[in-house]
Every structure is written in C-alpha cells, then in structure tokens.
Design a protein around this ligand. Structure first.
Ligand code: AMP
Length: 374
C-alpha cells in the first residue's frame, strides 16, 4: 500500500539549515505543516516552519517527539544519527528508510555500493593507520586523496597527497577517524544530476549541472552543463541507475567527474537536496525541493523541464557585504539569504541565481563584479 500524504499533513525535518529551509518553504506553499528539529534556536528552517524542536540532532527523545507529531519524517543532511532514527521507524512514515543513509554516510560503503551497481568510481582502499596508508598509496599511486569515511563536508577532513613527503600531513586525520584513500581522477569537468523517485517507483531527473569548486567548496553551478548531449544522457542514465539500485524515495544528488574520452566517474551521493540543484527554484518547472516533498509524500512526479539556462553562485560569509551591495544594481538576479545569525569565512550564507540566454556573458558579468574574488 502506498502512503499518500495529503495537504495539511505534517512533514518533520531533521536539520534546520538552508536545505531544510528551502524544503520547508516549498512545503508551506503546498499547504503542508512543517516541524524542524535543530539545536540552534531560530535556525534558517525554523524561521519559516510552523514549529521548531530545539534539541541536538542525535537526541532520541527529541526525534521521538518529532516522529510523534509528524505524518512523514525526512532529513536535510546525511549526518543524521542512524540509531536514533532506527528507534522511530515503526512509529512514523520514513519513506527514505535507513538503508540510503547507512550507505551514503560512509564513503567506503557508498563506493562499494556504486561499484557493485556497475558504476565507475575512483580506485579506493580503506585506511585505518599509517601502515595501511603506505600500502594503499603503493597500490593506488600519486596523486591521491585521503578522506575521512564519515562526517566530512566541503573539503573538511581531506588531504591531497602528491608525494611521500605529504604522508606526514595525514597524521591528524588518521589519529581520529577511519579513512579512505582515493585515486585522483583527472577530470575535465565536475557535474551533478539530481534524481527524484517515489514509493511507486516513478523517477524524474533534473538537467545536468556543471559545478565549479573553489577550495573544495561549490562556487558556481552552470546549467545546462557544457558537455555534449550524449554525455548529458549518459550522466542522467547513471543517476537513474543509482536511484533504482538503492530503491530511492525522495531526492538524491549524484556528483560526477567527467574525464577524458567521456568516462564518467561517480564522486559521491547526497541523499537529500544538493547545493548544485538550487538553480531549479527559478530555472525549472519544479524545484529540487518540490520534487523531494512530492516524492516523500508519494505525489506523482512530473517530467522536469529547464525553462531557462542558469548560473548559480554561492554567497559565503566573505561575500555577503559585497553581494548585498549588488542588489541595487542587479534587477534580474535572484538573491537568496538563509538568515544565518553568524557570518563566517567560507560558511554558506546564501546564493544568487541568474537566468540567462548567454551563459558566457553572464559568467563574465559575475566575474566583473569582483564580489567573488575572495
Ligand atoms: P568531496 O567532498 O569528496 O566531494 O570532494 C570535494 C572536491 O574535491 C570534489 O568536488 C573534487 O573537486 C575534489 N576531489 C575529491 N575527490 C577527488 C578525486 N578522487 N579525484 C579528483 N578530485 C577529487
């Protein structure tokens, strides 16, 4: 039996950052109630929800209280406490289940799943000690990158290794966490595909976004990605293959490397809306947040159309003042601000989406503002 969540019912969201905020904004628009669980009072999602439970993410009692009040439970990030979630699976509809999180919150499990599902990934090995690291480096070779298996984000918990002298840099990472060593993929371009799927098995995909990172943090997404139609189709098919293999419910971000001769490697999976899908709010007939909400509520899923090409640029703490000055000068830019109380260097504070008929010119305009030089 499928669970159809009607308008007026309540979506519970674990995590109250910008992803939860944009999920909540869409949910409110369609007439759902939203309750957020987040430790920070008046967090970004809490500002737009009906209610916020202020408690740590791993607080079992708080998750149980959320489950009790909600008709459907979801999350906005992958570092949700699995054990706390497992305790409420019988008490509330949890369409995404726990397997998706179990797989994607650990890089070894995620890459093993992808490999078993027939997809290409960077070569990888588990590393728990300096001795393991030497063995793995011998096997995989330089350049390579050591990452924590769990809990890393935006380049945190990563060391790129180019030569033996770099091994010493890994001491701190290895001392505290289980790690994975990945071979470096010499990619031409990074891209991502958002894919949504509901309990009935309906699947829908968003256009391929081309992603440009700075300091391992997403800086710009360009849509559609500047790759051939054949490669776009290949990337899209891979995302659908992953969604089917993992029995996805909700939305999933699939990050990919496009390498020479059109080889596509899967970098990582995000079992939630993704920064590279923010452009869809203005550029598509339905946003990634709308598709997530429709998918977890078991509403039918539409075919996604790109209404106009788009450039999305992230606004980090150091960009906020400059970008705010642009508001008076840029009548056609869409300015998003997540309402975070504290501004920090490299913290995602908002984003700008620009719809365009000329990607090259728009990218030059963004560059010429000088706002994103830091
Ligand atoms: P991640 O947190 O794994 O998404 O890594 C952040 C960024 O580092 C990616 O978007 C890439 O730009 C780069 N990166 C990570 N792993 C690799 C790899 N195995 N080969 C090449 N680039 C990588």
């Amino acid at each position: 039996m499928t669970n159809f969540i009607q308008q007026g019912k309540t979506i519970g969201i674990i995590g109250g950052g910008q992803l939860g905020q944009m999920m909540a904004l869409d949910a409110k628009q369609t007439g759902m109630k939203v309750i957020i669980l987040d430790p920070t009072p008046n967090c970004p999602a809490g500002q737009v929800a009906d209610e916020q439970i202020v408690a740590p993410y791993a607080d079992s009692n708080a998750i149980a209280a959320l489950a009790q009040k909600a008709d459907v439970l979801t999350y906005e990030f992958e570092n949700v406490d699995l054990q706390a979630l497992e305790k409420v699976v019988d008490k509330v509809y949890l369409p995404q289940g726990t397997n998706l999180l179990y797989t994607t919150k650990n890089r070894i499990r995620e890459k093993t799943f992808l490999r078993d599902a027939g997809l290409k990934t960077a070569p990888f090995m588990a590393v728990k000690s300096a001795a393991d690291l030497k063995v793995a480096v011998n096997k995989i070779g330089y350049p390579c990158v050591l990452k924590t298996c769990e809990g890393g984000y935006d380049g945190h918990g990563q060391e790129v290794l180019r030569r033996d002298e770099d091994l010493a840099k890994c001491h701190d990472l290895l001392a505290t966490r289980d790690c994975i060593l990945e071979g470096w993929v010499p990619f031409d371009l990074e891209c991502s595909v958002m894919v949504g799927r509901n309990e009935r098995g309906e699947v829908t995909t968003f256009p391929v976004a081309e992603n440009i990172h700075r300091n391992e943090i997403l800086h710009t997404s360009i849509v559609p990605a500047r790759i051939s139609p054949a490669l776009q189709e290949k990337a899209t098919k891979m995302a659908v293959q992953i969604a089917e293999a993992i029995n996805l419910r909700g939305i999933l971000g699939v990050e990919m490397f496009v390498a020479h001769r059109g080889e596509i490697y899967i970098n990582e999976l995000a079992p939630r809306p993704h920064n590279s899908g923010h452009y869809s709010i203005e550029a598509c007939n339905f946003s990634q947040f709308a598709i997530h909400n429709r998918a977890i509520c078991n509403w039918p899923l539409p075919k996604i159309e790109l209404l106009k090409s788009a450039v999305m640029v992230n606004v980090l703490g150091q960009h906020v003042a400059g970008v705010r000055n642009q508001i008076a000068q840029q009548p056609s830019w869409h300015f998003h601000d997540y309402g975070k109380a504290t501004r920090r260097h490299n913290r995602k504070m908002g984003h700008v989406t620009i719809l365009t008929d000329d990607l090259v010119q728009t990218l030059a305009e963004v560059d010429n503002t000088g706002m994103w030089n830091e």
